[in-house]
Design a protein around this ligand. Structure first.
Ligand code: SAM
Ligand code: SF4
Length: 328
């Protein structure tokens, strides 16, 4: 699948639920209204739709959310998609907050998953509880270590938050180096209403990188995942560190992905509202050919990029839907 800007679209992210057992301050408000269950695609419908994408050339699928591992029976989907690895699909992976990994790490490995991204913004237990509003860091750490023991490669995602976790990022670099985890730092993006002001959270990663350079030697690498991150090697640990800078850089020229929500809506860009709704098609008995044609039509509308702005005077998000809906 090639979009109008010549980009090959080979990567699908699937948000299997908008629900979560945490309420990270940059992601959600404390009182969230979640989707009613009947609006969600069933796991069978999700698998069929993913199958159509694989048929059309998608070779990497990331399962995300919300927290994907809180969706009931989600391992059925992992097993179903895992059976396509080597048969169209090259990689099946997930992004998780880690709270359920102790329970699922081995099953994920058995299903064919080899890498997992886990979100962890701090190594300070009290700060972790305040960022996630009620999470227990111990549970996430146990999940991360269980995933490591199960043989999964781990990348830690941390959102850089001004005046919140910035002082602890050196510790994160050291800890990731010690355990052989990649680290990816992310700028907060104006997606969905949260309590408080985005401008108060926003910390440009250019500042973070300059500060990390006081303690660490960051060597540029050519490593790319087709996504927005720029990667460096930390000379002292040998670990890899990525910087995702949607607010300070336009990262869209190499974009290879589209995102499917748990209701069957396909967003061709995280930062734009245009979407294609596959649920009516799936529920009206569309044939495989009709599904394929609808996917091609959606890819033909993929926009060039996003227009994120964080404006101190105006707290309206650039995009009204939360990251947990579109899938991170
Ligand atoms: N619950 C899982 C987790 O936390 O990893 C998967 C979904 S979460 C929405 C995916 C990623 O998006 C996480 O790494 C999270 O930190 C990030 N994220 C959420 N809201 C964000 C925002 N407004 N700006 C930047 N990153 C955000
Ligand atoms: Fe939940 Fe992930 Fe959003 Fe945190 S970032 S509230 S863990 S979906």
């Amino acid at each position: 699948m090639i979009d109008p800007f010549g980009r090959a679209i080979s990567y699908l992210r699937v948000s299997v639920t908008d629900r979560c057992d945490l309420r990270c301050v940059y992601c959600m408000s404390e009182d969230m209204n979640f989707l009613p269950k009947p609006e969600l695609l069933t796991l069978e419908e999700l698998e069929r739709l993913c199958g159509a994408f694989i048929r059309l050339g998608t070779d990497k699928i990331r399962i995300t959310g919300g927290e994907p591992l809180v969706r009931r029976d989600v391992m059925t989907l992992f097993r179903g998609l895992g059976s396509r690895i080597g048969n169209g699909l090259r990689e099946l992976t997930l992004t998780s907050n880690g709270t359920q990994l102790t329970r699922y790490a081995q099953d994920l490995y058995a299903a064919g998953v080899r890498r997992v991204n886990v979100s962890l913004d701090t190594l300070d237990p009290a700060l972790f509880s305040s960022i996630t509003r009620w999470g227990k860091m111990e549970k996430t750490l146990e999940g991360i270590y269980a995933a490591k023991d199960a043989g999964l490669a781990i990348k830690i995602n941390a959102v850089a938050l001004k005046g919140v976790n910035e002082d602890g990022l050196d510790d994160m670099v050291a800890w990731c180096g010690e355990h052989g985890f990649d680290l990816c730092l992310i700028e907060t993006m104006p997606l969905g209403e949260i309590d408080g002001h985005r401008a108060d959270q926003y910390l440009p990663l250019s500042q973070v990188r300059a500060r990390l350079r006081r303690s660490w030697t960051l060597e540029e690498t050519e490593y790319r995942t087709g996504g927005p991150a720029r990667y460096f090697t930390v000379a002292q640990t040998g670990g890899r560190i990525g910087f995702i800078t949607p607010m300070t850089h336009n990262f869209c020229e190499s974009c290879n992905r589209v995102r499917l929500t748990c209701t069957g809506t396909l967003y061709m860009c995280l930062g734009q509202d245009d979407a294609a709704d596959f649920r009516p098609l799936l529920r009206s008995g569309a044939s495989d050919d009709e599904l394929d044609a609808a996917i091609h039509a959606a890819i033909a509308r993929k926009p060039k990029g996003h227009d994120f702005i964080i404006d101190r005077r105006e707290n309206a998000p650039s995009v009204s839907r939360h990251m947990s809906v579109t899938g991170g």
